[in-house]
Design a binder for this molecule. Structure first.
Ligand code: MN
Length: 235
C-alpha cells in the first residue's frame, strides 16, 4: 500500500480557553484528497520545530489570528485583532524551512496573509476602515456559500487546476494583502481588486487563498481541486 503524504496542520489557538483547537474541515478536506493530516503543537524550540518539520511531506497554514503587524513593519491599528505570537513564531520557522527545501505549502486566509508578510509584503489591518469598497469580505454563517466571485489569472495555477476563468467563493476575513511580496504572483482577484490567491513561481508548490475551502470542499469542486493538487504535490 502506498503511504499517504503527511500534512502538518498549523494549530488554532483559543485565547479565552488558552487551548489549541481545530476546525475539522481542514483535516477532512485533506483526508478527502488522500492525505494523513497531523495537527502540530505550538512548539517554539527551533531544533524541535526542525524535527517536526522532518515528519511532514507538506504544510497547511490555517486561518485564525491576525498576523502581528510587526512582521510587516507596521504599528497595530485599533481594528487589528490581538496577535498570537506563538503561532507567528512557529509558522515563520516552518515556512522558512519549507521555502528552503521546496516542501509543498498551502495557505488559507491567515495563511495567505502570513506568507505574504514573511516574504516581505504588507497587509491591510482592517479592510472596512482602510479599504472600504463594493465587496463585503465578512459573511455570516453558514460559510459553505458563495458570497463573492474571484477572477482567476489567465494561465495561472487556479485557472489550470479548475479550468475556469472565475470562481464563486466564501469570504470571512477583515484583513488582506496591501502590497504583494516580490516573490509572489497574484493568482485570483476579487471584483474590488483585492488579491485573493497567490502563488510563488520559484517554489514547486506554493498556493495560498484568501477564502475558505475547508468550509466548502464537501460540495465545491474547485475547493476539492485545491486540496487534491496540494496533496498530490506532497507524494
Ligand atoms: Mn474575500
Amino acid at each position: 500500500m502506498m503511504k499517504k503524504p503527511v500534512i502538518g496542520v498549523m494549530p488554532l489557538w483559543d485565547d479565552r480557553l488558552e487551548s489549541l483547537w481545530m476546525l475539522p474541515g481542514y483535516l477532512d478536506g485533506l483526508r478527502q484528497a488522500g492525505a494523513l493530516p497531523v495537527i502540530l503543537p505550538l512548539e517554539t524550540e527551533e531544533a524541535d520545530i526542525r524535527q517536526l518539520y522532518g515528519l511532514c511531506d507538506g504544510l497547511l497554514f490555517t486561518g485564525g489570528h491576525d498576523v502581528d503587524p510587526a512582521l510587516y513593519g507596521a504599528a497595530p491599528l485599533p481594528e487589528c485583532g490581538p496577535p498570537c505570537r506563538r503561532r507567528d513564531a512557529l509558522e515563520a520557522s516552518l515556512f522558512r524551512l519549507a521555502l528552503e527545501a521546496g516542501t509543498p505549502v498551502l495557505g488559507i486566509c491567515r495563511g495567505l496573509q502570513l506568507i505574504n508578510a514573511l516574504l516581505g509584503g504588507t497587509l491591510y489591518q482592517d479592510l472596512p476602515t482602510q479599504r472600504p469598497g463594493s465587496v463585503s469580505h465578512v459573511m455570516r454563517p453558514p460559510y459553505d456559500r458563495v458570497i463573492h466571485p474571484v477572477a482567476l489569472e489567465a494561465g495561472g495555477t487556479l485557472h489550470r487546476l479548475t479550468g475556469q476563468a472565475a470562481l464563486g467563493v466564501n469570504s470571512y476575513h477583515h484583513q488582506g494583502i496591501r502590497t504583494l511580496a516580490p516573490a509572489l504572483r497574484a493568482d485570483a482577484c476579487a471584483p474590488d481588486g483585492l488579491i485573493e490567491a497567490v502563488t510563488c513561481p520559484e517554489h514547486p508548490f506554493l498556493l495560498a487563498v484568501q477564502w475558505h475551502p475547508e468550509f466548502s470542499f464537501r460540495r465545491d469542486g474547485a475547493s476539492q481541486a485545491i486540496f487534491r493538487a496540494f496533496v498530490q504535490s506532497c507524494q
